[in-house]
Design a protein around this ligand. Sequence first.
Ligand code: NAD
Ligand code: MG
Length: 386
Amino acid sequence: MNRLAVLGATGSIGSSCLSIVRAHPDKFKITALTCASNVHAMAKLIEEFSPELAVVMDEKAAETLACLLGSHGKSTQILHGQDGFCQAATLPSVDTVLLAMVGAAGLAPALSAIEARKKIALANKETLVMAGEIVMETARKCGVDILPVDSEHSAIYQCLAGNRTSHVKQIFLTASGGPFRDTPAEDFSDITLEQALCHPNWQMGKKITIDSATLMNKGLEIIEAVHLFGIPMEMIQVLVHPQSIVHSMVGFCDGSIIAQMGKPDMKQAIAHAIAHPQRIELAEDFPDFASMQGLDFAKPDTQKFPCLVLARQACKKGGTLPAVMNAANEIAVQAFLEQTIQFIDIPRIISQVMDAHKTVPKPELSHILQADAWARQEALSRIGAL
Ligand code: NAD
Ligand code: MG
């Protein structure tokens, strides 16, 4: 029995994980669940899974949750805040932690879970973008293997199995291209929130859906891959692949390329991460290759999607700059979701904040947290000045 803590349980990844758990009650047990503030969804999950611990963001949400549960929640302890999230990630009765909360809030629980030597299934890419060196170094010291949940990184992990990183020549990181792949550059200033939230291939949370529309998601994934696999950024090529069947590929020094494929459904990558080294049965069909029109690959248009360029700049410079880029992106995306800025303002704000930052090389965690807080403030004031 693999006892799971699901951080971000009410989200897109969290819900997909819980549907896998429902289908395999003999293999998984839910021990801890967390979310931000969706207490109604959390109450239902607690009634269903009776976890030992449930954590929400603030005290008010915790009180509402306790009221909603009444006598049903007696066997579940309810906590709130950052300390609570870290407790969920380190509970002695937990074997595997799925980190599926969104944004920088995932960093502290991720580090806690690694230090507690839990098995890590990592969906929260922002953690590696902000503090990839520190996170990977902690994982190495603690002897913890990080199993990626991001579909591209799960693909790369699977392609690398049985191979040496020193034999890798190229990583082909695929991208669907998002909803604006074929939108002419001159129409970008008219992009609406509704259009940006309508992803052609994947059902995801709002933040990553907007990141996929700006291609910042792919930028974050380049940095994520550099840290996860210890491969230089220059060896990572982004390929637009609208069908999202090839989840990524690894090219080796002898010219051989291994691709990992499947339908675009995150359950495969989640199942791979939480069941590793086993594979579990999912009610999934294979793609219907015989009736496919073809699989297409193209270079991304970096003029239309400057976030890709910004992410490469941040990755190359390193230090605190990736954390600054990530924080500015989180604030800009939130402002776009609240319709205070335009779609095309997102890369502008990020670029301005990055330009204004004095990068700290080889940062400690405290420098990263300071840079994150500074970038949020800087992004907010630049949004205010628009
Ligand atoms: P989501 O918005 O659907 O869910 C996020 C979850 O985190 C919710 O349970 C929410 O309550 C919780 N949460 C949000 N803010 C929080 C905070 N400040 N503190 C604590 N909890 C908080 O997001 P998602 O699409 O499931 O994505 C989760 C993570 O997985 C992100 O880092 C995303 O980049 C990554 N990811 C998602 C997908 C996908 O298909 N959805 C694919 C690859 C990677
Ligand atoms: Mg991805």
